[in-house]
Design a protein around this ligand. Structure first.
Ligand code: SF4
Length: 333
């Protein structure tokens, strides 16, 4: 029997009420996540990419069960975590940790680094203070900081160093899966590469899997084995990073790829104009949610929503157009 994936997300839906109150019904519902399914294997880095408001952060919070889904299933190593009680979930929580986007607000400014890193450890393991300090010191060194930094406060560090402390905190309970929510977007470009490389090294050393959430396709391509592109709460394309770099198949991914800056200043690309505005999630478009902005749309697109289907081996696409031919977009074109 084959091993269950480390993470299995099945038909996940999250709706938020708009307006209303204790006695009043909501005026409307916003579908932030709309029937999303994917699986992440052990040792895999899985990227979720899309514009702000596409539902990727909500999806990350659902996986961590920081919020409850409206429908669907989330399995960790074959166990449905939605069905778990609070205490059962507490025991499982050490398998899944998070790295937050903002290294400035995610660390308690009143706590010393030792206390910040060992906080999850205090809740889950019976270790003496001396043992906890030793664990924290070792982790600090793993993320490129020094033992003496244990006694400092967050304000004494740069943004990149604070994110390293956040990573050390996530590693403290030896998780199997880390959800990294825009972990480098608040950092200077020069620091971003250092933190990404650190996460890559730690993945090998600690045998981790990542769900890596970002609006930046170039960052996700660098660290992830597979990528899911999200638009208006749903996945519109899912493939290996290799497939993305050879040929993408969804018009929205095409736009995302064209917006990735080329590292070579001698090579030029024509600016790519996206049609229309981001649709209002309270009143999403009929048919394909991308049709108001799509260069390739035709009659069927505004009438029927395309399902996410396997357009090529292990390459899923939700678009009436391609039927598997692909758009021929390449990163290194
Ligand atoms: Fe564009 Fe139509 Fe494909 Fe939607 S289904 S992405 S509108 S071509």
């Amino acid at each position: 029997m084959s091993e269950a994936p480390l993470l299995n997300v099945v038909d996940l839906v999250k709706q938020f009420p708009l307006g209303g109150g204790i006695l009043a019904k909501p005026r409307a519902w916003i579908k932030a996540v709309d029937g999303v399914s994917f699986a992440v294997s052990r040792g895999e880095s899985f990227g979720l990419v899309g514009e702000s408001g596409c539902g990727k952060t909500t999806l990350g919070r659902l996986i961590l069960r920081l919020i409850e889904p409206s429908e669907g299933r989330i399995e960790i190593a074959g166990r449905d975590i939605i069905a778990l009680s609070r205490s059962e979930m507490g025991a499982l929580r050490r398998k899944i940790q998070i790295i937050f986007q903002d290294p400035y607000s995610s660390l308690d400014p009143r706590m010393k680094v030792e206390g910040i890193i060992t906080e999850p450890l205090r809740a889950t393991q019976k270790l003496s203070k001396k043992q906890r300090r030793e664990v924290a010191a070792e982790l600090l060194e793993k993320v490129g900081l020094r033992r003496i930094d244990l006694d400092k406060y967050p304000h004494e560090f740069s943004g990149g160093q604070r994110q390293r402390i956040g990573i050390a905190r996530a590693l403290c309970v030896r998780p199997e899966l880390i959800v990294a929510d825009e972990p480098v977007s608040a950092l200077d470009v020069s620091i971003q590469a250092q933190v990404i490389n650190l996460m890559e090294d730690l993945k090998e050393e600690f045998n981790l899997s990542y769900v890596f959430i970002s609006h930046d396709l170039s960052v996700v391509q660098y660290i992830c084995d597979r990528i899911a592109v999200m638009y208006l709460g749903g996945i519109v394309e899912l493939a290996s990073t290799r497939d993305f770099s050879v040929s993408t198949r969804h018009p929205y991914t095409e736009v995302l790829l064209k917006s990735v800056p080329l590292p070579d200043p001698h090579r030029r690309t024509e600016p790519f104009a996206m049609e229309g505005d981001v649709p209002n999630p309270i009143d999403p478009p009929t048919g394909c949610p991308f049709h108001p902005r799509c260069h390739y749309k035709f009659d069927r697109c505004s009438l029927e929503k395309p399902p996410l289907i396997e357009a090529a081996p292990d390459h899923l696409v939700a678009c009436w157009l391609n039927g598997g031919q692909g758009l021929g977009m390449k990163i290194e074109d």
